[in-house]
Design a protein around this ligand. Structure first.
Ligand code: HMG
Length: 445
């Protein structure tokens, strides 16, 4: 069977940054260590006055198309994953294609375009759609462009304000890919939940603490489901495990849970027995509550072991580097985690080709999806060709008052003019509204 997977990735960050421990925490009367030690965040990205989900998505896509030397006719599908759309009918993918058609001679009139929604999970689902389209033989040899783009804003004063972010990840899905091959096996954990939702409103209604519990519960289900069709996962099976990362502290919790699950009945559990005992078994406890209490105690002990700390440092830590510096990008977040891991491997000269990743995506509402990916030859060149470090270094550093203005500017219920903080340079920009309230864009040389 021909390999199908991700052939190229480009990232576009919002051009502004907010220093969370240095600027946001003091203005909010909070301890900066809540950010550095608790949530694991340093800065979040925000869009400048002329940026939005379309410009960020189109700019990431243009970088990808230019770098791969593609002609629009070679792209047969454009799917946008977002939970920040501003139209209930016209998909963001048409806007992005319209932007790209301003700069290329050819057009995307024969590409199938759509928009995927399931909170942060939609980026992964759009990759699935592309994979299935290629596997079904409907692609006529063409590639699929998947763009995950979001402006993750919470209402002012909501605890979620600590975990905002904005940016886009463009991915090309093809046969014989150059970055990762996707596994056919997938696991799902899905339930009707009201932890985080946006019932026809821009900012989420969110029960933060509950959303974290739901994230962990659905991840556990998805891992068990993945194992039922793949194999019993072992911590040594994977070079990295990129998770959906609303903030790194969330992944710290998920990583511990995953590790406990994977070491059960293995030589690692045996080796730890003398120090922290064996994992509690449900049948040995009077009721579920007693069992859960025992599990919490075991996890507290496990967290401190050298085995766990070293696995976490090697397999999870490297996936969090980008997220720590940009915040939550919703649909793009797990794809940033993958890139973060690959960049770490490239920087440290790790030979990754043939190694596996366990990719754990999540969307509130709620559903987790877990699958494996195999890194393929060519990954290093692809990763080294991106310019994320330059983009991150060039971001404008906002004061708290400026941040308040940026939040208002991107609030759909407010009509706020704002001077731009950066100058557009070879990119798409938002220019205003047309006669049917459509958004308008230009390419600035
Ligand atoms: P909060 O009330 O602002 O923060 O809510 P907190 O007081 O719980 O502190 C956060 C952590 O920092 C805690 O760590 C504190 O102990 C620690 P934990 O106990 O959980 O390990 N902390 C400190 N550590 C050291 N020194 C200090 C200090 N102070 C505190 N001085 C919350 C945080 C994440 C709930 C909030 O920001 C929120 O509601 N965020 C939005 C929801 C969210 O991100 N949920 C995550 C799971 S759901 C998900 O991932 C889906 C999502 O991406 C949406 C989608 O799918 O579309 C959100």
């Amino acid at each position: 069977m021909t390999a199908v997977g991700i052939d190229a990735v480009e990232i576009w960050t919002g051009k502004l940054r907010l220093d969370l421990p240095g600027t946001f925490a003091p203005a909010e009367g909070e301890d900066p260590e809540k950010y550095t030690k608790g949530l694991g965040l340093e800065t979040s990205s925000f869009p400048d006055a002329y940026e939005d989900i379309v410009t960020m998505g189109a700019n990431a896509a243009k970088r990808l198309i230019d770098r791969k030397g593609l002609d629009p006719q070679e792209i047969g599908r454009i799917d946008v994953a977002t939970e920040s759309a501003f139209d209930n009918s016209k998909p963001v993918s048409t806007y992005i294609a319209g932007c790209l058609e301003q700069v290329y001679d050819d057009d995307f009139h024969h590409a199938n375009k759509g928009e995927r929604k399931f909170a942060c999970l939609a980026g992964t689902q759009a990759i699935d759609d592309a994979y299935n389209w290629i596997r079904a033989g409907r692609n006529r040899g063409r590639a699929a462009l998947v763009v995950a783009t979001d402006t993750a804003l919470y209402a002012r004063g909501d605890p979620g304000e600590a975990t905002q972010g904005a940016g886009a990840v463009a991915m090309l899905v093809t046969e014989d890919p150059s970055v990762v091959e996707l596994s056919t096996e997938q696991g799902y954990g899905s339930a009707d939940e009201t932890d985080f939702l946006k019932p026809n409103q821009q900012f989420p209604s969110v029960d933060g603490k509950r959303s974290m519990q739901v994230y962990l519960a659905r991840m556990r289900e998805a891992l068990t489901d993945f194992e039922s069709v793949a194999w019993d996962a072992h911590p040594d099976d994977f070079a990295y495990t990129p998770f959906h990362t609303p903030f790194p502290g969330m992944v710290r919790k998920a990583g511990l849970l995953g590790y406990r699950h994977m070491i059960r009945d293995t030589e690692i559990e045996d080796a730890l027995e003398g120090r922290i005992g064996r994992q509690p078994r449900e049948e040995a406890h009077e009721d579920r509550e007693a069992y859960e209490e025992a599990i919490r105690g075991y996890m507290d002990e496990l967290k401190g072991t050298e085995e766990y700390r070293s696995w976490y440092g090697d397999v999870i830590g490297p996936t969090l580097d980008i997220s720590r510096r940009v915040g939550n990008w919703y649909t793009g977040s797990v794809h940033l985690a993958r890139m973060s891991a690959l960049r770490h491997a490239a920087d440290n000269d790790v030979d990754l080709a043939g190694r596996k990743l366990l990719v754990a995506s999540y969307g509130s509402g709620a559903q987790a999806e877990i699958h494996a990916e195999t890194v393929v030859d060519g990954w290093r060149e692809e990763v080294e060709a991106t310019n994320l470090d330059d983009q991150l270094a060039r971001r404008y550093d906002l004061s708290y008052e400026e941040y308040e203005g940026v939040h208002d500017r991107h609030n759909h219920d407010m009509d706020v003019e704002m001077e731009e903080f950066t100058r557009p340079d070879g990119e798409f920009v938002f220019t205003g509204w047309g006669r049917m309230s459509e958004r308008k864009y230009d390419y600035v040389e």
